[in-house]
Each structure stands twice: as structure tokens, then as C-alpha cells.
Design a protein around this ligand. Sequence first.
Ligand code: ZNH
Length: 141
Amino acid sequence: SLSDCEKEAITSIWRNVTEHMQSHGAEAFERTFQCYPQTKTYFSHFNLSHGSNDIKVQGTNVFKAIDAAINHMDNLEGTLSQLSDLHAFKLRVDPGNFELLSLCILVVLARHYPELFTATAHSGFDKLLCSISSVLTSKYR
Ligand code: ZNH
């Protein structure tokens, strides 16, 4: 689980991210689609061209969910319970894709906050995104 130092490093980066949820979220998805084109199959109904509104909305939604998770780090299951149902029963996203998106989110954070993205921040976000992913895929069967 997260150490106090990791929690602090996460919140000091996230304070800045909250002002850029749409652009950072869209960048994370654009990187995911470009690096791992197989992830595009879940978004066949989307306009996936650079800067599309669909990608901005999706990026914002995902970053808002991460924001909620960061504000309730001690109760991820409860906080993400509805989203967990959605991903498990309706979207049925293969769990491997969560790792790919998480990697791209780490790249976005490292790129925009190079000074704040210490090894402690890196390990903190890695653990956090891993926990979020495991909650979102916990109801699969
Ligand atoms: Zn997801 C959706 C979150 C991952 C796919 N998502 C979604 C939403 C949210 C989310 C919030 C919205 C919902 C509503 O509307 O209600 N996700 C999330 C998170 C994560 C994720 C937090 C991690 C971290 N997803 C993911 C992945 C994938 C996905 C990895 C694949 C690849 N999602 C998805 C889809 C959708 C979603 C497909 C739907 C879209 C539309 O709109 O249609």
C-alpha cells in the first residue's frame, strides 16, 4: 500500500492536474491508441482523430474518476463501485488494457511535471493506478 511520502507526492502532482483534466486525459488516451492500437477496438463508435471531442470527453471522465479515487484513497472499492460494474458487466474491457492506459498516464505526468515526478511519485502513481485497475476489473468472471 501507499506510504505517506507516496501519498504526499501524488497529491502535490495532482493539485496541478486538476486544472488540466481534459488535456492530460486526452493525451493519455491518444498515447494509448497510438502505442497500443489494439485498445482502439473498444472505441469503434468514437472519432479517434487527433484532438477529437470524443477523446477529450473520455479523457476527462477517466481523470475525474482518478480524482475521486485520490480523494478517497482509503475506500477505492466503495468509490469506484459503479464504475467497476460498468467495466465488468457492460464494457468488458480486457484487464491487460488497464496496464497500457496506466503506463501512458505515467508518461503524461512525467512529461508535464518533471520536477515533481520523483521516484516516490512514480511508485505512488504506479501503485494507485494498479489499485484502481484491480478494482475496475475485480467483478469480471
Ligand atoms: Zn473506462 C467509460 C473510467 C480504463 C474503456 N471509463 C468510462 C467512464 C469512466 C471510465 C469514468 C465513463 C462512465 C460513464 O459515462 O458513466 N476507465 C476508467 C478508469 C480507467 C479506465 C478510471 C482506468 C484507470 N476504460 C479503461 C480502459 C479501457 C476503457 C483501459 C479500454 C481500453 N471506458 C472504456 C469505454 C467506455 C469507458 C469503451 C465507454 C465510452 C463511451 O462513451 O462509449
